[in-house]
Design a protein. Structure first.
Length: 485
């Protein structure tokens, strides 16, 4: 008479789970060894599939010391051998059970069968000495199976380590070991292997919604439907695909954000498998929300202006920190008309005026998603004098370059009232000479020269402030210009 033995190593899920059991894998060994891999190594006692013994039909899986002719083992030869089948466990598989028929004697604790479910990364190693490979008990579902002279049904329940949040291949592993002393024939024989499971249900949170206040996002959702396989534990909240809150037990969540942009959120429910193990549901619906953060665009600070004859020099400091978005640059206006076509990153600007008068200059900070208010300053120009170029050499003078700012070249005009040797040099902001434009004798008259923005070696100069200086006899004067690329 067949004896039914229920080996319950550890049942962590409140007893048997409800739901129809699904057969995942079965083998009665009538079709040979297609499903199985043997790791016998050099051991005398090896796994075989053959007809030396069986529960039903003709074949079974058994230990043999004569290449499958008989179900017998050499008691005086160490063996540590493996037979395994790789099985794809579907996502959501729960309450996994392994059942099989077993017959075998051996010696309890020394010559016996052990059963494991391991990951496919685990590579069994055979040996003809005593248990050379460490087998973690975390994977073990049956141990020391022996002393069964008649075929006996074994049903082994999963250890709590076995769970699937996605399709996962596990390895069903039968391990026979024997020492080199006493033992009773026959060794292990296995037939009618079957692996079954119950489809796990982990219902997700429902009806996620989001609202926004200044700087905050408020999420609310409904509890999952009833009927999940495991008891509910908590909620996990994800922002833009990354975990932002966990182990929540209420159906709401509020967080403060610094950037005024669109965020995505979803929530999953976690269910408790065991003391240290959770399984999560599919995500809830995804919501998209942007906090109503007031936009702040700080203006430039401390705008100042100076006048050198006909050149107005503007300078300012960077805006205060805390603006909404990155700074792109600055725009400059004169009497509400823009002086440049695109924002500049320098914090100075030179403007050449042609007439005396009062001018209103403004500077504005430009950001990726907005612009600041205008910062203004009023300046009075009084020293501009009209030069009648028809009167040759009307005075000794170095005039403002045009255009200014410039890119890539500018024209420098000068007037000679008394003949002599004229030198015009270009200097960088450190006072280093980079180019000599004029170095020759000049008669009385009006002249001009072009600087192409290069140094004496022909290398292009970078954006910035440069000075040009004219010297003739005892007359020396210097002016400022801006190269802006």
């Amino acid at each position: 008479m067949k004896i039914l033995i229920m080996l319950l190593l550890l049942w962590t899920v409140m007893g048997s789970l409800s739901g129809e059991r699904i057969v995942l894998f079965s083998d009665d060994f009538e079709n040979g060894s297609d499903n199985w891999t043997f790791v016998n190594g050099a051991a005398v006692n090896k796994w075989h599939i053959g007809s030396a013994t069986s529960f039903e039909g003709s074949n079974s899986l058994y230990i043999s010391n004569d290449n499958g002719v008989s179900n017998a083992y050499s008691i005086n030869s160490f063996s540590f051998v493996h037979a395994y089948a790789d099985i794809l466990f579907p996502k959501g598989a729960a309450d996994i059970r392994v059942s099989f028929e077993f017959k075998g004697m051996g010696e309890f604790g020394f010559d016996d069968l052990n059963v494991y479910i391991v990951t496919e990364e685990f590579i069994p190693e055979a040996s003809n000495v005593w248990e050379t490979q460490f087998m973690s008990s975390s994977y073990q579902i049956g141990e020391y199976i022996s002393d069964r002279p008649e075929w006996t049904t074994y049903i082994l329940y999963e250890h709590d380590r076995i769970y699937t949040n996605e399709d996962t291949t596990y390895r069903l592993l039968f391990v026979w070991k024997n020492d080199n002393s006493i033992g009773v024939q026959p060794p292990a024989a296995i037939d009618n292997v079957e692996v079954t499971y119950v489809q796990r249900v982990a219902n997700p949170p429902l009806n996620l919604t989001a609202t926004a206040d200044s700087y905050t996002v408020n999420l609310t959702w409904d509890e999952p439907l009833l009927g999940s396989t495991y008891p509910f534990d908590s909620y996990f909240v994800y922002r833009d695909g990354d975990l932002c809150a966990y182990m929540l037990t209420t159906t709401s969540y509020t967080e403060t954000l610094a950037a005024n942009r669109v965020y995505s959120y979803y929530v999953v429910a976690a269910y408790r498998i065991s003391t240290f193990r959770d399984v999560t549901s599919e995500p809830s619906n995804t919501v998209y929300i942007s906090p109503n953060i007031p936009l702040i665009f700080n203006p430039p600070q401390n705008l100042t202006a100076t006048v050198d004859v006909d050149v107005v020099s503007l300078s300012w400091e960077a805006p205060m920190f805390g603006s909404s978005g990155a700074l792109v640059g600055y725009t400059v206006y004169k009497d509400e008309e823009p002086l440049i076509e695109s924002p500049i990153m320098t914090r100075y600007y030179l403007d050449t005026v042609t007439e005396n008068g009062t001018y209103l200059y403004s500077v504005q900070a430009i950001y990726v998603n907005g612009e600041s208010e205008l910062v203004t300053i009023e300046i009075n120009v009084t020293e501009v004098s009209e030069i009648d170029e028809s009167i040759i050499g009307s005075r000794m003078a170095l005039f403002s370059n045009y255009p200014n700012p410039f890119n890539p070249e500018t024209t420098i005009s000068f007037s000679v009232a008394k003949e002599g040797h004229v030198v015009i040099n270009i200097f960088n902001i450190k006072g280093q000479k980079i180019q000599t434009l004029v170095n020759s004798h000049h008669n009385i008259g009006n002249f001009s020269v072009v600087w192409n923005g290069k140094d004496e070696q022909g290398l292009d100069m970078s954006s910035g402030i440069y000075f040009y200086q004219m010297q003739i006899n005892d007359f020396v004067t210097t002016r400022k210009m801006v190269l802006m690329k």
